[in-house]
Design a protein. Structure first.
Lengths: 147, 147
DNA sequence: TATTGTTATACTCTATAACTATA
DNA sequence: TATAGTTATAGAGTATAACAATA
């Protein structure tokens, strides 16, 4: 039983290849982030706050393609874990400025180091030059999306 | 309001780049597949059956990383739409051999043509040579996954 | 005893409608 | 009137446990 299938046609599609590669890399990533109790999305949100102190919830949603009602849940969780602080936005009374607490900053410093290592491990089959090429080609795709 | 954020750090991570590119390509794909009332997963299952007539549910699950209880739902749906036929497996009385109906084959012929066009459109920012390179690099990653 | 396919069910992720307070 | 943030909720997608039929 359980012979291998002919997947040649699917492998000719970039959508299939890109999704499979993304799942492989993110799987490694999830594994490595367990130590910090962070999901991939947790990491991306906290990293953006880390590098953009004072950012608003709306800006995070736009940058990551998340919806406002779902962001609320993430931010609540981070606040509960004492990783995140909210303060009134200087220019807009409706908005909230988000920054990491000292604990949050310390966690993200470690997590970002681990993320770089995870990335390297997941793409270890590629030479450094190939890794650069891959990054360039992928960014060409998602920074210039087609209909 | 709504200034652009510094996403430089995230963009240095291949996991982020690959996921963003995958979402971009699959978004285009989903759009193009609406005409056939197929989701991306619908398409990948039917395409595997198309190119592997007589395949079993279990083989599909292994090839696509889906779980058996979830596959049941997809196959039921395809049967209801008269795209799929089940027949007893020649060697194994527990299993079922899956094949497309004539309607299913006809649908997938059209859908696979549309999929190739969608792929081309989503990666139009790349030269043909770059597209080949991308495919090669992505397959290197997911065919040789790291811990 | 192990495997194929199935049911029922739970959990996570993502999406929509509607509200409040500020602009 | 439009926007930021929130609540409640609905719908996909994905996961586990347990069972019948067959190996």
């Amino acid at each position: 039983m359980n012979e291998a299938l002919d997947t040649q046609y699917l492998e000719s599609l970039q959508g299939y290849n890109t999704r499979r590669a993304a799942l492989t890399i993110i799987n490694t990533f999830m594994h490595r982030m367990e130590a910090f109790e962070l999901s991939a999305v947790d990491f991306s949100i906290l990293s953006l706050i880390h590098h953009n102190p004072g950012v608003t919830s709306r800006q995070l949603c736009d940058a990551l393609g998340l919806l406002p009602p779902n962001m609320v849940v993430f931010l609540k969780q981070f606040e509960k874990r004492k990783l995140l602080m909210r303060s009134p936005h200087p220019n807009d009374g409706r908005a909230t400025a988000l920054t990491l607490t000292p604990e949050g900053k310390q966690l993200m410093k470690k997590a970002e180091k681990a993320a770089a290592l995870s990335d390297q491990s997941a793409t270890a089959a590629l030479t450094p030059k190939e890794q650069e090429t891959l990054q360039r080609l992928l960014q060409k795709i998602y920074l210039r999306p087609a209909g």
